[in-house]
Structure formats: structure tokens, C-alpha cells
Design a protein around this ligand. Structure first.
Ligand code: ATP
Ligand code: MG
Length: 493
């Protein structure tokens, strides 16, 4: 069986030449035909710089249409697009460029400055999107996509340690898009709002779905709750991908208003979601679909279907159509490591055989490092990362559960929980909290925990902070919290 298909952008440009591919409110819009032309032109320009099959072209840019044009252009050359996180430090970027063996770097205006003092400036050629130079008209652009071939390389968020390089094939992206559609369905009215960073899988995958589905993307460069609500209320957006912090800010902005019925899905993923937030979303008719996935699974691999969204609040749902999921070595409560398999799951980490062997079994099962359980109906409940599990006096405590309970306190805006070493219990939970408006007496929190949490789960330490440390995808960096705890207790002494 051939695993080749006509290049997906050429196919969509043939099927829906005038269909909108990307729109940026008040600024621009591109039809599939225009996106195809721009991408092919850009590909010829890259070829003019000597880029060809299997070269690695890094992109260091904030969200913009040129980003997507560049990604498609790279695919026309059979090269690999390396998507770099713009919020990394220079040292981290330098490391990733070397690790990914990048040949060429594309930048936008904002991030261009970051390269000036870079050591890699002399080692790699680089240029700004707009300065790429003349086209090579002799280059043969790829007519077909081979599902087995590599297409994008991006690093995991680095929440638990050093980021790992994930190389997605065209097939991984294809099956991710198909699996999502088989669950969410697709209508001619659908328009997906994109606001997540394009250098993360949740952001990029929207634009690949767009080309595969023939669906417009409503692009916002940055998250701003007013603009998001405007897009939902006035811009005809029907689906959006979001992370927890975004949902919280949207709910605050929405106030007592509710969403129009045309907005049919907020795909929420990337991290744990406190239950009270899900309940509030339900009250205000925001159709939240919780999902679970990671860079290695090319975006969501488990999603709650619309039919079960209300009944299974707090669950991430069932594995998408071609995916499988199991709980490895479950304990007496059925809790254990989540392992997944399917055509959207990558086969290893780029250039890191050791990490690949550690994470992926011979039969293609990916050990996610997350703990979960399945209920009697086969619905997944993600509990937490294995690395963050707190074991106190032999009892398992999941920081995400404590965060969820504590965040119901009306005076608290957000909460982060970690385990700290303790001579008696091994580890004890410590809670970091951000207040809403009025500050909070620690005794009040102690009392609150007394009422809401079993004794062994109650945090032994409370630290008030101005904000919680998060990475570029808005994820809580619990390892930073441990550092802050040490710092704060040193100061107290
Ligand atoms: P690194 O692998 O470098 O430590 P990371 O795991 O945060 O970083 P990503 O691939 O961006 O990198 O994130 C995937 C992780 O996000 C999952 O493994 C899981 O821990 C967490 N996650 C995703 N969805 C959910 C969810 N619905 N509930 C709880 N956690 C989730
Ligand atoms: Mg991970």
C-alpha cells in the first residue's frame, strides 16, 4: 500500500481555491489558493538559499501568517521544520539549534534581535522572513507527501526536565487531524480560533487541520480575553483550543454573560483543570471538552466526546478513534502510568536513542510519565505526573487534586502544590497561592483545608506569591516552586 498522497495544501487549493485558510481580523486573510502560492514561492526562495531535502530549517518567531507559510514551504522541499520556543533563553535556543542540527534559521522582526549576540550566528545561516532573497525557479517542489517521512521537529515543554526533541512525521499529523475530526465532527460553518503558540503542537496542529479539513483558522497573535470573546461572539468562531489559564481569564471576562450556541467546542488541554473551573464553564455555557495529549502524541489523543461532556466532568474522555490506551501496573485503586499507542504517536526522540528506549516499548507503546485511571466505562481520569506525586507517610497525594480543591476558596486566584522533604513523613504537601484582591490569613487556609481535605493531604506549608511560575505554554513549573520554597524558608530563618 502506498503511504503517499498529493501534497495536502495542493489538494485543498484544488478542492477549495477560494475557501479561507487563515484570517487575521482587520488585517488580512488568505484563501487556500493564496496560501499555496505564498508557500510555493517561499519554498523556491528557501531553495535559493540552498535548502533542500532533509535540511533542517528552524523558525524562531511569534505567531504570524508568515510562520505557517514557512512551515508549508519547508514541506514542499522535503526539509524538516524545527519550531523553536521564543520564550527560551539564548543558551537554551543555542542548545536546541545544535541538538537539532539546524542548517538555517528564519526569524520574525521581534525575535531577530535575539540572534545578534548568539554564538550560533557564525555557525548557521539565518535570515528574516522578509529578507530571504530570490527564488530558485529550477527547484522541483514535492508533489506528494509521504506519510512515513519526517516533517516537524519540536521540543517538549521541559516541564519535568530537559526538553526532548520530538520528530513528527506527516502521518502523525494526518492521523491526529483525522482522529480529532472523527470525534468532534466537522461542519461547513466550522472556524477554529488559534491563539496558542505555533511552536507548540496544540498551536501548529490547528493549521494542519485547516488544510486537511478545508477549514478557516481565525488567527490571534496573542491571547487577550477581550479579543477572544469578540471572535466567539462576533467572528463566527465555532471551536477553539485553549489551556487552563485562558479558560480562567475568559470566564472572568465573560462575567455573567453566556456563549452563543454557535460556539460548539473549547478544546482544553495541556495540563490539569480544577473541577470548579469546569463547573463554572458549564454554568456559563462554555462547551469545554477536556482533552489529554502531549507533544509526542501530535496533540490530543484522548478527548471527552460531546455526548459525555456533562456527565463525565473531570474526565479527559476516551482515546481517539485509531488510538489505544492502557494503565500500566495499576495499584489497588486502578491507578498507574498511562501508556498510549497509535498512528499519531511518534516512534522516538530525535537523536536520543536512550530517551526513546526509555519512553517507547518495542510494540510502540509510549510511556507517558503521567498517572491516571480508567472508570468502568473506559473514561480516562488523569491524576498527575508521576514525577510530581507526593508520597507522605506511604500515602499517595496528587498535587493536582489539592490545587483543584484549594482553588475553590473564593479569595484565591490560583494555587500550585508540591511535595517538600519531611523528616517524619518523607514528604509533605506545600501550597503556593495567589490571592484575588484581598489578602488571606494563613489560618483561614488551614481551616479551609481542615474542612475539605483528609488529614494526610493537608498542606503543611503555605506560601503567598504574586504569581505562579509558568512556561511558555502556561504550564505550572512545580520544580520552580520547590526552589522558591527553599528560598522563602531560608529568608524566614
Ligand atoms: P516535558 O515532557 O519536557 O517535561 P511537558 O510534558 O509539559 O514537558 P508537553 O508535551 O507540552 O510537554 O505536555 C504534555 C503533558 O501535559 C502531559 O504528559 C501531561 O503531563 C500534561 N497534560 C496534558 N493534558 C493533560 C490533562 N488533560 N490533564 C492533566 N495533565 C495533562
Ligand atoms: Mg512530557
Amino acid at each position: 500500500m502506498s503511504e503517499k498522497m498529493l501534497h495536502w495544501l495542493d489538494k485543498q487549493a484544488e478542492l477549495m481555491p477560494d475557501g479561507i485558510a487563515i484570517e487575521e481580523p482587520g488585517l488580512m486573510s488568505l484563501t487556500f489558493k493564496e496560501l499555496q502560492t505564498a508557500s510555493r514561492t517561499f519554498a523556491r526562495r528557501l531553495a535559493g538559499k540552498g535548502i533542500g531535502v532533509e535540511n533542517k530549517v528552524a523558525i524562531l518567531s511569534d505567531n504570524c501568517p508568515e510562520y505557517i507559510v514557512a512551515v508549508h514551504a519547508i514541506s514542499y522541499l522535503g526539509a524538516i521544520a524545527v519550531l523553536l520556543n521564543t520564550r527560551l533563553s539564548e543558551a537554551e535556543i543555542t542548545w536546541q539549534l545544535a541538538d537539532a542540527k539546524v542548517d538555517f534559521v528564519l526569524m520574525d522582526e521581534v525575535n531577530k534581535g535575539k540572534t545578534e549576540s548568539h554564538k550560533w550566528r557564525s555557525q548557521f545561516s539565518n535570515c528574516h522572513f522578509g529578507e530571504i532573497g530570490p527564488e530558485d525557479n529550477a527547484v522541483m517542489l514535492k508533489r506528494e507527501i509521504d506519510l512515513k517521512e519526517g516533517f516537524t521537529l519540536m521540543y517538549t515543554s521541559g516541564t519535568t526536565g530537559h526538553p526532548k526533541a520530538v520528530l513528527h512525521t506527516f502521518g502523525n499529523h494526518w492521523w491526529s487531524a483525522i482522529g480529532s475530526m472523527l470525534n468532534l465532527g466537522l461542519t461547513h460553518q466550522d472556524k477554529w480560533l488559534s491563539v496558542l503558540p505555533m511552536f507548540h503542537i496544540g498551536g501548529l496542529s490547528i493549521y494542519l487541520k485547516s488544510v486537511i479539513y478545508g477549514m478557516p483558522v481565525h488567527m490571534l497573535r496573542k491571547f487577550e480575553e477581550k479579543a477572544v470573546l469578540h471572535a466567539i461572539l462576533e467572528g463566527g468562531v465555532t471551536i477553539m483550543s485553549a489551556v487552563t489559564v485562558m479558560l480562567r481569564r475568559i470566564l472572568e471576562e465573560l462575567d455573567e454573560k453566556s456563549c452563543p450556541s454557535s460556539f460548539r467546542c473549547m478544546l482544553l488541554g495541556g495540563g490539569p483543570v480544577p473541577k470548579p473551573l469546569l463547573e463554572k464553564a458549564k454554568e456559563q455555557s462554555i462547551p469545554v471538552f477536556q482533552s489529554y495529549g502531549m507533544t509526542e502524541t501530535s496533540s490530543q489523543i484522548v478527548t471527552l466526546s460531546p455526548a459525555d461532556a456533562l456527565e463525565k466532568l473531570g474526565s479527559s474522555g476516551k482515546p481517539l478513534f485509531p488510538a489505544q490506551l492502557q494503565i500500566n501496573e495499576p495499584d489497588q485503586n486502578g491507578e498507574g502510568e498511562i501508556v498510549v499507542k497509535g498512528p499519531m504517536v511518534v516512534s522516538g526522540y530525535y537523536g536520543n536513542v536512550e530517551a526513546s528506549h526509555k519512553a517507547i516499548t518495542e510494540n510502540g507503546w509510549l510511556k507517558t510519565g503521567d498517572i491516571g485511571r480508567l472508570d468502568e466505562g473506559g473514561f480516562l481520569f488523569v491524576l498527575d505526573r508521576r514525577k510530581d506525586l507526593i508520597i507522605s507517610g506511604g500515602e499517595n497525594i496528587y498535587p493536582a487534586e489539592l490545587e483543584s480543591v484549594l482553588s475553590t476558596h473564593p479569595k484565591l486566584r490560583e494555587v500550585g502544590v508540591v511535595g517538600l522533604p519531611d523528616s517524619k513523613w518523607g514528604q509533605v504537601p506545600a501550597a503556593f497561592f495567589v490571592c484575588r484582591n484581598e489578602s488571606l490569613d494563613e489560618q483561614e487556609l488551614v481551616q479551609f483545608c481542615y474542612e475539605k481535605l483528609a488529614r494526610f493531604k493537608r498542606p503543611k506549608y503555605f506560601f503567598e506569591v504574586k504569581e505562579l511560575p509558568r512556561n511558555a505554554s502556561g504550564k505550572l513549573l512545580r520544580s520552580k516552586l520547590v526552589e522558591i520554597a527553599h528560598e522563602m524558608s531560608r529568608k524566614k530563618r
